[in-house]
Structures are given as structure tokens and as C-alpha cells.
Design a protein around this ligand. Structure first.
Ligand code: 3H9
Length: 688
């Protein structure tokens, strides 16, 4: 075995007989930054020209194969060699090139592998083309080489969804040639050695396998429908179809044009903002995430909708769960609810019966709180009433171990008040799940007054293991999300008093990308819940604050939303249609206020709603309830159905222009009173 000197710091070459092993080492994830591209291209060309070399292996050091283009270079002028030029050079090499990958081969990383002549993958590795998830398309030959290797339908699926595949699927599809069970590099070297002197199979030279044109047409239509306004999957599909229309190099030229064009779009900027936000969210000043305690056994109080969802999420993640209800009847209902959810998941084909059985066996539902004695964490998910929760926490603190973390799933109450009578308050934290808790990605982790850092770190570690997007929030009514949502909701209702209809407001927000407009969403979740909350708060409400009576009147008329057949809409036909009674109530309420009726364009509606949200978000930032602007965007894209390609309300406020947003808030303040005073954070940002 010999080594060859290499001046490039991130690409090293080591020769094993006639095999040149080129290894990239560009931490943390071997992104294909300029040094990687130039070093690898030069190393491939040098090895190709070296008469002592018969074949080449490309591999990576560290935790993963190339994770794709370096996102830190995005938006800067491209520097040569461009990634597609590197891929072309690899494919053109006159000696066999084997890509050996571990970890994840993503985007440009997978494209390097596709341009290589053979591919071997570690059994636990994954591969994929996630560019569409960044609002981009592959830009280094992926849309041309992948369909030639695995056929149009499978390539369309992978490239337009961005999903990652495991080794077995990659092999079955034909995107790799072998799986390395133990010694990746050893097996890759053997593969390269066996290829010396044999004909080279270049992906770009292959013909796309025969396909069913009608089925592909259907697939293309489905891609468009699913994208719901997001452009990159549709663009990516068009590029993949070029593989059956022209040469590989023509297809790559079209790819390059699309990649550069999409880079400048608002959608791609929004998605890249979310990508960075996800990685920022858990960087919290002064918090060492490695201080998290080990959690094995989790207790859940309550087996209602939230409690069951939380228990299922925990069991799905491998925790053993003890659920306690107030009596056997409630426990039995809880068992049915949890069992029913698993049965539906099996029926939908998402998990096998054996997997469901295994998970269900991890959940024990009973009615004796003493079963919590060996829990490391207990989460309460009972009725959102302060006294109920205070008494429960007090009782729990007498049962559980002193180091057992006590978490509250409250949506609106103050965790400091809930912990008022608890011994060792430093173990109290908020874990605010969103319904259905086993599905929704968001978890607001609420730092209470006394929460110890390792307790916060533990709640985050549990959330991460559940696959949740954790966002740390401070204490206030509604935390980050529901507090902003309340401002949004109020402005939706105020616009009804001023002349807009529920249909107009919903259409404006649905065409913006929300899966459901606000009034359809209010109807779906039920108008009676917030009615009850408003009645409880009536005595303490500021009499000078603007108050909209429309939702109260709907409830008084028995219109609680979809579940009662009518709310803002009428559901008698099975579909939401404008409701005559709701229209009367709105008109009457507007008349009583004597407000001038005006027409709202979709832009007016969106600007007003984004302004209300950004202003409340600004106040949260001032108060330290939210740590960063991007955390607020994560809350809305993971917990409230906001499409990631819109980036979240704070991102949108910047897109619309902060000066316009501030002007809108000033109008709100003049019209709607003290609740909508301009946030000084927002004002300062607009001026900077
Ligand atoms: C592309 O390839 C286009 C081409 O077709 C054409 C080009 C012409 N660049 O996620 P983690 C950083 S588009 C730079 O916490 P994990 C990340 O910010 C690209 N940096 O780790 C973080 O930094 P920090 C297609 C990157 O183990 C650190 O690495 N590729 C990149 O949970 C650790 O990240 C993708 O979209 C990057 N590409 O997951 C892949 N990726 O520590 C995106 C990550 O300072 N990446 N970083 O916060 C991922 O999916 C995950 O990071 C990965 C590792 C699965 C690789």
C-alpha cells in the first residue's frame, strides 16, 4: 500500500495496489464546497492519467458521505469547477470509479455517486435528492442520470418528494450495485479491482428504461396537485422528463438554468431560512444539551385526546409509558382510544400489525397514580384548569421520585402557577404538544421560572427522540404560537365587522398556501371551546379593548362549527357553503358598531394578518418569550399548517416590507386599541 502526496487539504489519496482511494474530509457533513470540488476533480484526473492506477474509489471520512452542495455558498457567485463539471469529469474517467458511501448521500453527494461507474452503500446508509425541500432542483446531473439508472417513475418519485431511501430500496431500484455489510472500504476496493479492464457502465450513456406513458402522466399530475403552489417539485419533474427528450448533457444544461433561477426565488429563500432555523433552534445560550438526564419510563396523566396522542408518540419512540386516568371507566375509554388509533394506522398501511402490537404493549393504562413511582418524567394532559392542575401537581410531587421531571401540557396556563405547591420546582417544565400529538411536529418546551437547565435539556432530548421540532418558549399566555394565533384570530373577526366575508378571508389565506383558511379551521376545531374561554375571561377583559361579538352570537345560536352542522359555514350538504344565519349575525354586528363597510383585496387581508402576527411576535422577542425570529417561524410551519415554502410569519413580514407592516400595525393601533400597540422590536427592525 502506498500514499501519494496531495496538496488539497480536504481530499487525500491513498493507493492500494492499482486502486487509488480518494477520501474527502470536510467536516461536519462533507458538503461539496469549492475545496472538495476542485480537489476531487484534480485527484480523479491525476489518477486517470497515472499508469500505475487501474481503478478509483471515492469515499468520505467522518460521519457521512457528501451531504450535497454547500448551503453556505448559496447566493454567492458560483466558483469553478461547478459541481456538474466535477460529476462530468468523474463519469468521463477512463478507469472504473466506485463510489463507497456511508451516512447519507444527499443531493450533490448522491449525484457524485450517480456519476461514478459503480456504487456500494453501507447497510445503514441512506440516499436521496432533497433539493426540492430547499426550493431547488438537482443541479449536477441527478435528474438525468437517476432516471437512466432506475427508470422514470422511481426517479420522479425520489426527485420530486426529496425522500431518502435506505440501502435495500436503493439496491432494489438499481441505484446502487451492492450493499456493504461490514467493511465498506474493503468491499469497495474489491469491487474496483474486479472492474479493472472491464467495460465501463456510465449512467449518462444509458437509455431510460421503457415506461408506461399514461401512468407517468398521472404521476406528473399528482406531483402538481401535491405541491399546492410550491414550484420546485413541478420544475424538478419537468427536468426529469427531459431524460426522454434529449441527451444527458442537454438535460444537465436545463438543470443548471433551473437551479440558478430557483436559487433567487422567495420560495427557495424561505425553505433555506427554515433549514437554518431548524438547526438554530436548539442552540440556546448557556444550555448544554448533553446535560440531559436519561429517560426510560414516562408517565402520562390523562388518556383523553391529548394524553392518548402523547402516549402514542412516546411508545412510537420506544419509551415505556404508564398512563393514569381518574377511574377504571376513563382508563378503559383511554385504552380503546389508543388501541383505535393503532388499528387505524395499521389499516392505512403505515405500520405492520406486529409493530403496532409491540408499541401498544409499551403502554399501560390504569387509574392508580402510584404506578408513577418509577417514572423519570410525568406529563400531565388533563383539563386546562389551574386548580385542577395545581392539585394534581401537588399530589404527584408526593408520589414520584424527587428527581422525576414534572411536565405540563397546558396551552394557556402559567406553569409557574401550576408548580406553586410542588416540592423541587426546578423539575417543572412545560411540554406543549399540538393535537394530534402523535402526528404534529411541533413541541413548545416552556422554561418556567425555576426550571433547571438539565430539566430543560431533558425535555428537549425527549422531544428530539419523538422526532419533534422543539422550540424553547418563555412563560406567557398561549406561549409562542397560541399567543400570536389569538392576535391573528382577532383580526380575522374584525375584518368581518368591516366588510370582508369568511369566504374571502379563507380564499386569501388558502391561495397564500395555508391548507385551510382561518374560518374553516375555526369551524373544524369547534367554536364552543374559545367561547367557553372568553366567558371565563369576561370579568377581567379590558372594557376599552375592541371586542367582536360574532363568534359568541354564532355559539348562542347553536352554531358551534362543523360538528353542529354550521358555524361560519353551513355543512348540511357535506361541503362548507356560506351560511345565511352567519351572514345575518355578521351584518347585524357590523351595524351595531357603525363601522364603515369596505372591500378587502386578498393582499389587504394577508398584509393585515401577517402584520398582526409579526407585531405580536415582535412583542414576544422583546419579552424573551421567543428567543429568535426564526423560532416563531418554526412554530407556525410545524404546528399551524403554514407551508415551509412561505417561511413563516416573521419571514413573510420581511418579504412584504417591514415599513408596510409597521404602517399596517399603526392603523390597527388607531382602530383597534391598546392590544395592538406597535412592538418596539418591530419598529426598530423596520428602521434598521
Ligand atoms: C444540492 O446538493 C444541489 C446540487 O444538486 C447541485 C449543486 C450545483 N452544506 O443537520 P445537522 C451543517 S442542495 C453546509 O444538524 P445531522 C448544518 O448546518 C443540498 N452545511 O446534522 C450543521 O451545522 P451547525 C442538498 C451543512 O447529522 C451541521 O452541518 N443537501 C449542510 O442531523 C450538522 O447538520 C441537503 O439538503 C450542507 N449541505 O444531519 C442536505 N448540511 O453544526 C442537508 C448540513 O453549524 N443536510 N450542514 O449547525 C441534511 O439533511 C443533514 O444535515 C444531514 C446530517 C442528514 C446531512
Amino acid at each position: 500500500m502506498s500514499s501519494t502526496d496531495n496538496a488539497n487539504p480536504v481530499i487525500t489519496r491513498r493507493d492500494d495496489g492499482a486502486i487509488a482511494i480518494l477520501t474527502a474530509d470536510n467536516p461536519p457533513v462533507n458538503a461539496t464546497s469549492l475545496a472538495v470540488r476542485s480537489g476531487l476533480k484534480a485527484a480523479v484526473e491525476t489518477a486517470d492519467a497515472d499508469p500505475a492506477i487501474g481503478a478509483i474509489v471515492i469515499a468520505c471520512a467522518g460521519r457521512t458521505f457528501f451531504a450535497g452542495a454547500d448551503v453556505n455558498e448559496f447566493g454567492r457567485p458560483p466558483q469553478k469547477p461547478i459541481l456538474f463539471e466535477l460529476c462530468n469529469a468523474i463519469e468521463a474517467c477512463s478507469k472504473p470509479v466506485v463510489a463507497a458511501f456511508h451516512g447519507t448521500a444527499l443531493g450533490g453527494g448522491f449525484e457524485i455517486a450517480l456519476a461514478s461507474h459503480q456504487r456500494i452503500m453501507k447497510a445503514d446508509a441512506r440516499a436521496g435528492m432533497p433539493e426540492v425541500l430547499l426550493g431547488l432542483t438537482p443541479g449536477a446531473g441527478g435528474t438525468q442520470r437517476l432516471p437512466r439508472l432506475i427508470g422514470l417513475p422511481a426517479a420522479l418519485d425520489l426527485i420530486t418528494s426529496g425522500r431518502q431511501i435506505k440501502a435495500q430500496e436503493a439496491l432494489k431500484l438499481g441505484s446502487i450495485d451492492a450493499i456493504a455489510e461490514s467493511d465498506l472500504l474493503g468491499e469497495a476496493i474489491a469491487m474496483a479491482r474486479a472492474a479493472i479492464g472491464k467495460p465501463i457502465r456510465r449512467s449518462g450513456d444509458l437509455d431510460v428504461p421503457a415506461y408506461d406513458a399514461a401512468a407517468v402522466e398521472e404521476q406528473l399530475a399528482a406531483v402538481k396537485k401535491k405541491a399546492r403552489g410550491q414550484t420546485s417539485p413541478v420544475e424538478a419533474a419537468t427536468l426529469v422528463m427531459n431524460a426522454v427528450k434529449g441527451s444527458t448533457q442537454e438535460g444537465i444544461a436545463a438543470e443548471r438554468e433551473a437551479f440558478l433561477r430557483l436559487m433567487d426565488t422567495e420560495q427557495s429563500k424561505a425553505l433555506r431560512h427554515i433549514f437554518a432555523a431548524e438547526r438554530q433552534a436548539l442552540k440556546i445560550d448557556g444550555l448544554d444539551l448533553s446535560s440531559a438526564r436519561e429517560v426510560r419510563h414516562i408517565g402520562v396523566v390523562g388518556a383523553g385526546i391529548m394524553g392518548s396522542g402523547i402516549s402514542i408518540a412516546m411508545a412510537d419512540a420506544g419509551y415505556s409509558v404508564t398512563v393514569v386516568e381518574r377511574d377504571e371507566e376513563a382508563a378503559s375509554k383511554g385504552r380503546e382510544r389508543i388501541g383505535g388509533t393503532y388499528a387505524r394506522t395499521v389499516k392505512s398501511g403505515r405500520i405492520a400489525q406486529a409493530v403496532a402490537d409491540e408499541r401498544l404493549a409499551r403502554i399501560n393504562v390504569g387509574h392508580d397514580a402510584n404506578a408513577f413511582t418509577n417514572c423519570d418524567l410525568v406529563i400531565e394532559a388533563v383539563f386546562d384548569d389551574l386548580q385542577v392542575k395545581q392539585e394534581l401537581f401537588e399530589r404527584l410531587s408526593g408520589i414520584v421520585r424527587d428527581d422525576c421531571i414534572l411536565a405540563t401540557n397546558t396551552s394557556y396556563l402559567n406553569p409557574n402557577d401550576i408548580a406553586a405547591h410542588v416540592a423541587h420546582k426546578e423539575r417543572v417544565v412545560g411540554m406543549h404538544f399540538f393535537a394530534p400529538a402523535n402526528i404534529m411536529k411541533l413541541l413548545e418546551v416552556v422554561r418556567a421560572e425555576h426550571t433547571a437547565p438539565e430539566v430543560l435539556a431533558t425535555a428537549i432530548a425527549v422531544g428530539k427522540r419523538l422526532g419533534k421540532q422543539c422550540v424553547v418558549a418563555g412563560v406567557c399566555t398561549g406561549f409562542i404560537g397560541n399567543r400570536i394565533y389569538a392576535s391573528y384570530r382577532k383580526q380575522c373577526e374584525f375584518m368581518l365587522e368591516e366588510g370582508a366575508t369568511p369566504t374571502e378571508i379563507d380564499a386569501a389565506m388558502e391561495s397564500f398556501g395555508l391548507p385551510m383558511g382561518p374560518f374553516r379551521a375555526f369551524d373544524l376545531s369547534g367554536l364552543d371551546i374559545s367561547w367557553a374561554l372568553r366567558k371565563r375571561q369576561a370579568a377581567t377583559r379590558d372594557p376599552a379593548a375592541r371586542y367582536c361579538v360574532i363568534p359568541d352570537r354564532l355559539c348562542e345560536a347553536g352554531q358551534f362549527g362543523q360538528k353542529s352542522g354550521a358555524g361560519y359555514y353551513n355543512y348540511a350538504s357535506g361541503k362548507p357553503v356560506p351560511d345565511a344565519k352567519a351572514a345575518d349575525i355578521i351584518e347585524q354586528a357590523a351595524k351595531e358598531k357603525g363601522l364603515p363597510r369596505k372591500t378587502f383585496s386578498a393582499d389587504d387581508i394577508r398584509r393585515r394578518l401577517i402584520a398582526a402576527m409579526a407585531n405580536e411576535g415582535g412583542k414576544e422577542l422583546e419579552e424573551g418569550v421567543a428567543l429568535r425570529e426564526s423560532d416563531i417561524d418554526l412554530v407556525f410551519t410545524n404546528g399551524y399548517g403554514w407551508p415551509k415554502w412561505r417561511g413563516g410569519p416573521m419571514f413573510q413580514a420581511r418579504v412584504m416590507g417591514l415599513e408596510k407592516i409597521v404602517a399596517e400595525v399603526r392603523e390597527m393601533q388607531a382602530r383597534d386599541g391598546s392590544e395592538f400597540t406597535l412592538s418596539s422590536w418591530l419598529e426598530a427592525q423596520a428602521q434598521s
